[in-house]
Design a protein around this ligand. Structure first.
Ligand code: KIV
Ligand code: ZN
Length: 514
């Protein structure tokens, strides 16, 4: 009764946010990390939404043995069948059903009466019960729902067999006091509430997701739905690291309530998620931002020297932030590199480690000190570049650009030792280079979801990490390029993304022709 379960939805609600889509390999990496952190439930996706989601849920439920894997489904029967099909090989699969309970959603979005909604809930939960007893039911927009109707819906779901009831603040509208009251009143008024566990799922539109989730716990909830770094629709969901650490830091408020989470993995998980979606950690982000444990002002430094408790409510070590870590340089060997990569959460096989070591040595020739950010960029670039025989590789490129003429690019690519060259004009050197690559690689129609350049450290000779994501249909393909030259980085990233897209199109063709 005193354990608060952590339900992580980075791979579902988090991934739904613009610019946060991930490919299968990236989702699997995050899922394994979440399991290592001892997250209780990993929501892996919404299988009926797309083939990519289905495949991710299937692969993650096969891969995880200790965390429960959940898949989202509306109360439509094909959604539930698809969720189960994707989950069926899991160790402890959960079907997560949802249906809106506010009149606004029922009337404007679903065109359903309250009676129809109750019937739909009952039918769906009973159908899902045919597959598993592990069923969660979410009353979407619970915080803006009529209380009496919400009680009815919760009772219907529990009587039909749901064992977890989630009360989401879907649009981030509520306040802590209201959230606490909502959970406690549902638990009090629904006659069969003792048969279910209650959960909260709070969005951050007014910046109160963490506070509202914790208030829900004080009201009686025993599961918090959250995401690494607070990713999620619009302004995001409650951040896992914030809710977990708040409970750790304030036992005076939360008493015996605690989570099973290994908090020392938080920094690694946060870095991994930011680097996969191609974002830099905001400096002032609570718990994981680079300033979270820095004390700049004289008064603060003086206090810290006298006693750390003056300005530090949690230690960097408790969330896995290593202060004063070993900095690698050109005399560091393979073992030191391997150890540091492990500390950063990367487990590489022999070939990947060798490639990483080669790139690391190249970088040491250009930079005296290699920081964690450089290593993460190297690993990301290497893992995005995994090649097969049908992939194009960069041979050379040349661009001509001024501030008064149209840019031109000539690009030479190789495919199994055959050389292809193309020339293109563009609105700048990158546009021109991408145009030339398109002429050679002939990708199907696609749009750009992301083109981002991150300077890895603070000098003009630093590495630039370019992250490109392109969308074709419902699928996303990503590539990274790492170079001191941002045009080269961009070219490498785009070639990789298009190689992934073309490989996918080839595979689809093979399936059709089989
Ligand atoms: O915000 C929300 O209501 C959701 C549900 C699907 C749980 O994400
Ligand atoms: Zn949500």
């Amino acid at each position: 009764m005193n354990q608060i379960k952590i339900f992580d939805t980075t791979l579902r609600d988090g991934e739904q946010a613009p610019g946060c889509s991930m490919n299968l390999r990236e989702k699997l990496r995050i899922a394994r990390m979440l399991e290592k952190m001892k997250v209780d439930i990993v929501e892996a996706g919404f299988p009926v939404a797309s083939r990519g989601d289905f495949e991710a849920v299937e692969a993650i439920s096969e891969a995880l043995r200790n965390s429960t894997v959940a898949a989202l489904a509306r109360t439509r029967l094909p959604d539930i069948d698809s969720a189960w099909k994707a989950l069926r090989k899991g160790a402890d699969p959960r079907i997560h059903l949802f249906l809106a309970t506010s009149d606004l959603h029922l009337q404007e979005k679903l065109h359903m009466t309250r009676e129809e909604a109750l019937e739909s809930c009952e039918r769906a939960v009973r159908h899902a019960r045919g597959y598993t007893a592990n069923i969660e039911f979410s009353c979407e927009d619970a915080t803006r729902s009529d209380r009496e109707f919400l009680f009815q819906m919760v009772e219907t779901a529990i009587r039909a067999g749901a064992r977890v009831i989630n009360l989401p603040d879907t649009v981030g509208y509520t306040t802590p006091e209201e959230m606490r009251l909502l959970v406690s009143s549902v638990m009090e008024h629904v006659p069969v509430s003792d048969l279910a566990e209650f959960s909260v799922h709070c969005h951050n539109d007014l910046g109160m997701a963490t506070a509202n989730s914790l208030a829900g716990v004080l009201g009686g909830a025993r599961q918090i739905e959250c995401t690494i770094n607070g990713l999620g629709e619009r302004s995001g969901n409650a951040a896992l690291e914030e809710v977990v650490m708040a409970m750790r830091v304030r036992p005076d408020l939360y008493g015996d309530l605690s989570t099973a989470l290994d908090t020392t993995q938080i920094a690694k998980a946060s870095r991994m998620v930011y680097s996969i979606i191609g974002q830099n950690t905001p400096w002032q982000k609570p718990i994981v931002g680079r300033n979270a444990f820095l004390h700049e002002s004289g008064i603060h430094q003086h206090g810290m020297m006298a006693n750390k408790l003056t300005y530090e409510i949690l230690t960097p070590e408790s969330v896995g932030v290593q202060t004063g870590t070993l900095i690698l340089g050109k005399h560091s060997g393979r073992h030191a590199l391997e150890r540091r990569l492990e500390e950063l959460g990367f487990e590489l096989d022999e070939t990947e480690l060798n490639r990483c070591f080669d790139e690391f040595k190249d970088l040491c020739d250009r930079k005296k000190q290699i920081h964690d950010e450089d290593l993460i960029a190297i690993v990301n670039a290497i893992s995005s570049r995994e090649q097969d025989a049908d992939d194009y590789v960069l041979d050379w490129y040349a661009v001509h650009t001024t501030n008064f003429t149209t840019a031109t690019a000539t690009v030479s690519l190789k495919l199994r030792d055959v050389r292809f060259e193309a020339v293109s004009l563009g609105r700048g050197p990158i546009d021109a280079a991408f145009g030339a690559i398109d002429q050679i690689m002939k990708p199907v129609d696609h749009t750009f979801e992301l083109y981002r350049i991150n300077g890895i450290s603070q000098s003009t000779d630093s590495l630039g990490e370019v992250h490109v994501k392109i969308n074709a249909g419902t699928h996303t393909f990503s590539g990274r390029g790492l170079s001191a030259d941002i045009i080269e980085g961009s070219v490498l990233a785009y070639i990789t993304a298009v190689n992934h897209l073309n490989a996918f199109v080839r595979r689809q063709g093979e399936v059709k022709n089989a």
